[in-house]
Design a protein around this ligand. Structure first.
Ligand code: NAD
Ligand code: UDP
Length: 359
């Protein structure tokens, strides 16, 4: 069976990482069924994926379904025989998860339980799951290897930790299952076309989309959280990874599953290199030609000083390695920002939604 015959269910495929991965899957010859409730995304993203996919667009299907709605999900499983599932769907905002823990547990856990149950029922036993470096909690040292102790510092992280454990249990109960848990570090950047990218709702929590919105004039300045970390310039260090490299990591994971990998394996997806906040700002200024005004403030609660991945295991076993560096990440982030300063939404509708929510 070539990849052309294989059918992949992509949950959360309208979102940031899911849309980029769906495109690469199509280009690799897979049939792609996206399920998304559009809670944190828009259908336009899928239309743009279709446009970019060219001759492969005929292999792309979309169903607006909430994973918590098991009846609707069941209908899709009854209609299509999936060879594997790539499970991105979930809520991901750390701050919101602290304020609304039940929503996070309900959405991420119930959605995943429904999915796993239906996979079991329909004999689909290959799964790639979007986990996160957040499961390393505040790592005692760097680089983080996959066997580090796991912990969570907020409800979002706890959902990732719980889901990892649930999946491990399911796989143990039925060795037919083969699973890859991918722990992403800090995804940034966009497809080189500038047609798809990250489009956060409201004020971004993460560094790169925040910097982007300062560059296009939507926000006035970047607050730098902490200048007294034991790092080279005192600001926090993270492992930023180009979203196209990340998407490619999923292709590598599926390839491994389809060549007979058994059990449940876990891999970091990062570059293995750390970059500070000030280095990101400098790289973005170079890429965009825009000055990013800074305000230096105190540390953000719960932040680690330095987190980056060990990539040894993923390089050795999945034969995957990130290709892009910080300059390319900023170039493509800026390209997306310049072409779509208001994301997928037109500035007019954005303006209206801001105005209509005023009393
Ligand atoms: P995203 O919000 O852009 O995409 C997630 C998608 O899932 C959205 O389109 C949303 O509408 C959909 N969704 C959420 N709940 C759903 C439900 N119950 N039913 C159907 N669809 C639902 O986020 P992303 O950045 O693309 O992240 C994808 C996955 O990767 C998430 O699981 C996230 O936790 C994980 N992850 C992301 C990052 C990051 O920094 N972006 C880092 C580590 C892990
Ligand atoms: N950061 C910052 N200002 C912001 C957002 C983030 O200084 O407005 C810093 C943050 O303290 C961390 C780095 O940028 O050192 C990356 O933060 P992000 O939230 O993007 O990723 P995470 O901390 O979850 O890895």
């Amino acid at each position: 069976m070539s990849s052309t015959d294989k059918v992949i269910l992509v949950t959360g495929g309208a979102g940031y990482i899911g849309s980029h991965t769906a495109l690469l899957l199509l280009e690799a010859g897979y049939k792609v069924y996206i399920i998304d409730n559009l809670d944190n995304s828009v259908e336009e993203a899928i239309e743009r994926v279709a446009k970019l996919a060219g001759k492969y667009r005929k292999n792309l299907f979309f169903y607006k379904v909430d994973l918590r709605n098991k009846d609707q999900l069941e209908k899709i499983f009854s209609m299509v025989r999936f060879d594997a599932v790539v499970h991105f769907a979930g809520l991901k905002a750390v701050g919101e998860s602290v304020a609304k823990p039940l929503l996070y547990h309900e959405n991420n856990l119930i959605g995943t339980l429904n999915l796993l149950d239906l996979m079991n029922e329909h004999g689909c036993t290959k799964l790639v799951f979007s986990s996160s470096a957040t499961v390393y909690g505040q790592p005692k040292s760097v680089p983080c290897t996959e066997d580090f102790p796991l912990s969570a510092t907020n409800p979002y992280g706890r959902t990732k930790l719980f889901i990892e454990e649930i999946i491990r249990d399911v796989q143990k109960a039925d060795p037919e299952w083969s699973v890859i848990l991918l722990r992403y570090f800090n995804p940034v950047g966009a497809h080189q076309s500038g047609l798809i990218g990250e489009d956060p709702r409201g004020i971004p929590n993460n560094l790169m989309p925040f910097v982007q919105q300062v560059a296009v004039g939507r926000l006035a300045e970047l607050s730098v959280f902490g200048t007294d970390y034991p790092t080279r310039d005192g600001t926090g260090v993270r492992d930023y990874i180009h979203v196209m490299d990340l998407a490619d990591g999923h292709i590598a994971a599926l390839r491994k599953l389809f060549t007979g990998a058994k059990g449940c394996s876990v891999y970091n997806l990062g570059t293995g290199r750390g970059t500070s906040v000030l280095e990101i700002v400098a790289a973005f200024e170079r890429a965009s030609g825009k000055k990013i005004p800074l305000k230096f403030i105190g540390r953000r609660a719960g932040d680690s000083s330095e987190v980056y991945a060990s990539t040894e295991k993923v390089e050795r076993e999945l034969h995957w390695r990130a290709r892009y560096g910080i300059d390319e990440m900023c170039r493509d982030q800026w390209n997306w920002a310049r072409e779509n300063p208001w994301g997928y939404r037109a500035p007019d509708s954005m303006q209206q939604s801001v105005e209509s929510s005023r009393f």
